[in-house]
Design a protein around this ligand. Structure first.
Ligand code: NAP
Length: 336
């Protein structure tokens, strides 16, 4: 399997280091020995048709800021679109930053790869803007679009949902954002008001300097759209979600709920409608996870409720989801 990697940030580098570290394990367990033939960042690319030396690439990226600074194989200013179009490869791994306003640059990269009959694995949540159309484009071109890292990172939520296919998923709800869950947990356990808990989350690296994507519920909504499309076969986009975040949650509300045996959580749910809002969740409900953990409960017609929980973010966790998706593409026999 020949891979083009577009994006060499936290997730891209974690993916490369997992390929390096577990090379023998992947060969031994799955006969999986992929060749990364191109890597692109903002400033250019590095190419090698026989497969790049990944430890060398990681060193160049760390020391010189861009992979294109490699004196032998570096190609400064070569764009991702040119690489996707012109480099012979089987799969594009797309891990550029999420942009839920325009979807770019990921949307153009993914479309270009699918049109060129390259499979795509992405952790980029921008796909929520046009998931039904992208899946159709992939099917039309006979290739696969895989995105298990977009929801739950290392926690295989989408994969679990697929395994439930013998039953009918009636509804689902989830705590899908670690940042807001950290803040709400700190409010309850440390009796901190919202602003103080947000500052603590920022100091610990759990929240961005501009936390609006998380605290205003947009990140949760994006993940809900991906779940609704891929698990419940709803053809929906971000515009179909009613969204409210956690900025208005008062410490008094959190403490009052806690005394009654509930925790306040930001919950995304897919029922008749798609809704993101704060809910009081009973403390003994499996959805009531603490800190940066995520959890999703699927309600099935026959089997009842099934919940999966775990770490919903992190470079290595998300990198492992990419490998999971690549293995599935390979098991399906490169061409879909
Ligand atoms: N981090 C997580 O825990 C996590 C979890 C789940 C999903 N995700 C998603 O995974 C994706 C990657 O996350 P990340 O944390 O790795 O982001 P990141 O650290 O910001 O890395 C983004 C990478 O994309 C590159 N890039 C940006 N624009 C580009 C362009 N036009 N062409 C080529 N490369 C470009 C950047 O290049 P430079 O290096 O030159 O700046 C950088 O290497 C995001 O969509 C994120 O939402 C992340």
């Amino acid at each position: 399997m020949r891979i083009i990697l577009v994006g060499c940030g936290v997730v891209g580098r974690s993916f490369l280091s997992l390929l390096l570290k577990n090379k023998d394990y992947f060969v031994h367990s799955y006969g999986f020995n992929p060749r990364v033939v191109a890597i692109v960042d903002r400033d250019g690319a590095i190419l090698h048709s026989r497969g790049l030396d990944l430890s060398r690439v990681l060193k160049v990226k760390e020391e010189r800021r861009t992979v294109s600074a490699d004196p032998e194989y570096g190609r400064p200013n070569l764009s991702a679109l040119e690489v996707i179009r012109d480099v012979e490869a089987d799969v594009l791994v797309e891990v550029t930053p999420t942009n839920v306003k325009t979807g770019e640059p990921a949307m153009s990269h993914i479309k270009e790869a699918l049109k060129n009959k390259k499979h795509v694995v992405t952790t980029n949540k921008s796909i929520a803007l046009a998931l039904p159309a992208l899946l159709e484009l992939a099917a039309y071109n006979g290739v696969q679009l895989k995105f298990s890292g977009t929801v739950g990172a290392g926690m295989p939520v989408l994969d679990l949902a697929r395994r439930l296919s013998g039953d009918r998923i009636i509804s689902m709800r989830g705590v899908l954002n670690g940042t807001t869950n950290y803040i709400l947990t700190a409010m309850e356990e440390k009796r901190m008001p919202f602003d103080e808990a947000l500052k603590e989350a920022q100091k610990l690296g759990f929240a961005e300097a501009d936390p609006s994507m998380d605290v205003d519920g947009i990140d949760t909504a994006v993940k809900l759209v991906i779940l609704a499309n891929s698990v419940m076969k709803r053809s929906v986009t971000l515009e179909d979600v009613s969204i409210s975040g956690i900025r208005g949650v008062r410490l008094e509300d959190v403490m009052e709920a806690s005394e009654k045996g509930f925790s306040i959580k930001l919950v995304g749910s897919v029922n008749k409608e798609l809704v993101v809002k704060v809910n009081e969740v009973p403390k003994d409900d499996p959805l009531c996870v603490k800190g940066v953990l995520n959890a999703v409960t699927f309600s099935l017609e026959v089997a009842g409720d099934i919940t999966i929980s775990g770490k919903g973010a992190g470079g290595l966790e998300t990198g492992s989801s990419i490998i999971r998706d690549l293995l599935e593409i390979r098991q399906a026999g490169l061409r879909a």
